[in-house]
Design a protein around this ligand. Structure first.
Ligand SMILES: Cc1cc2nc3c(=O)[nH]c(=O)nc-3n(C[C@H](O)[C@H](O)[C@H](O)COP(=O)(O)O)c2cc1C
Length: 373
């Protein structure tokens, strides 16, 4: 079998303070395996991530920064000592297997459900139902009208991100990634449909972005820019309150342009997740997302969504992005870089077992053994 280790995806790169052996990233993947009252990661998490350690960088599943941030069942957190101890076992296992792992810091905002908050509505920028679904212990539920965050709740949430970032480093993570994308809390502030505030956190683009940048500054102060990455960008499902409008592109041009000031480890940029042809984002379809923001952002860009070996190699070769994240492919292919090296076929996902409490469908996908020619 031919081993093509010269392909752009398999070339080393320096990311922040890390030397990575290849440009393949494991995208953050929520897998709902922390089915315990403390939302603590377990030994099965350690085994799962260690199996995937040959990748340049693992980005962990979204990890909640505080009890208030919780909005998806059985997802681990990073605010308590027990969670830090649990994650230490995971990061040790990844490091022993030769890998590197960043913690994705998550707050679901209005995507949470009152079930997670003793019956109280979740927090968000404004009292606007995002018209999405929340994944609860009893299954998917329609979202509700959230509570608009008071100034002290904003201040506390900014501090929660700093605390979780410090906890991540204490737990042995190699860095953190702020989950600033999709429909979650930061995009609820950035989106003019879900942010109706009239204070310093609403109105102008700069005001809507204020909360995000306060968090970026706090996390950078806590763990250093070289260990801080961010996932942000305009890609959403184009449903409910998250339908792109005339403000969307300008908002993200402002956000991503301003991120240049921080010299972060990386920007994880999702490509289009929905048909954008009838939206003001039509030019961002396909590789358009990466072309557009490559011109604006000087740091390392990690591309995500619908990547395969050929597309990933092409994007890196063309200089449009620096690394490429794979989400769904990592579920069934723990050794994806080896499969890319050998151009081996990819295993298929057993979908009913993607979200679940057990090791089945989680740590039982076998490695591919490349046989040299
Ligand atoms: C099962 C599953 C769980 C996911 N969980 C997260 C998550 O916790 N945080 C996040 O930012 N994105 C999450 N995503 C989005 C992925 O990181 C990725 O952007 C998406 O799957 C598209 O990339 P792909 O085509 O390589 O799968 C998830 C996706 C899937 C399929």
């Amino acid at each position: 079998m031919n081993m093509d280790t010269n392909q752009p995806l398999l070339k080393p790169i320096r990311l922040g303070n890390l030397d990575l052996p290849n440009r393949v990233v494991m995208a953050p993947l929520t897998r709902m395996r922390a089915a315990n009252s403390g939302l603590v990661p377990t030994g099965v998490h350690a085994e799962y991530y260690a199996q995937r350690a040959s990748v340049g960088l693992i980005v962990s599943e979204g990890v909640f920064v505080s009890p208030e941030a919780v909005g998806w069942a059985d997802v681990p957190g990073l605010w308590s000592e027990a969670q830090v101890r649990g994650w230490s076992v995971v990061t040790d296992a990844v490091h022993r297997a030769g890998g590197r792992i960043a913690a994705q810091l998550w707050h679901t905002g209005s995507l949470g459900d009152p079930d997670f908050h003793g019956g109280k509505a979740p927090l968000s920028a404004s009292a606007v139902n995002p018209e999405q679904q929340s994944v609860t212990a009893d299954g998917r539920k329609d979202t509700v009208v959230p509570r608009s965050m008071e100034r002290d709740q904003i201040r506390r949430t900014v501090a929660d991100f700093g605390h979780a970032a410090r906890n991540a480093i204490a737990a042995g993570f190699d860095g953190v990634q702020i989950q600033g994308g999709y429909h979650y809390l930061f995009n609820q502030f950035l989106n003019v449909r879900t942010n109706l505030r009239t204070d310093a956190y609403g109105g102008s683009t700069e005001n809507r972005a204020r909360f995000l940048f306060e968090v970026v500054e706090t996390v950078v102060e806590a763990v250093g820019a070289q260990r801080t990455g961010i996932k942000t960008g305009p890609a959403t499902s184009e449903t409910g309150a998250f339908v792109s409008n005339e403000e969307t592109l300008a908002t993200f041009e402002y956000v991503i342009g301003r991120l240049n000031e921080f010299d972060l480890s990386h920007l994880l940029l999702m490509g289009a997740m929905a048909d954008l042809s009838a939206t003001p984002l039509a030019a961002l379809a396909g590789d358009g997302m990466f072309r557009h923001f490559r011109d604006l952002y000087r740091g390392n860009i990690i591309a995500s969504v619908d990547m395969d070996r050929a597309r990933g190699n092409r994007l890196v070769e063309a200089g449009l992005v620096d690394m490429v994240a794979f989400g769904r492919p990592f579920i069934a292919n723990p050794d994806l870089p080896a499969r890319f090296s050998a151009d081996a076929p990819l295993a298929e996902i057993d979908w009913p077992k993607v979200y679940g409490a057990t090791a089945e469908g989680y740590t039982d996908y076998p490695s591919f053994q490349a046989v040299p020619a």
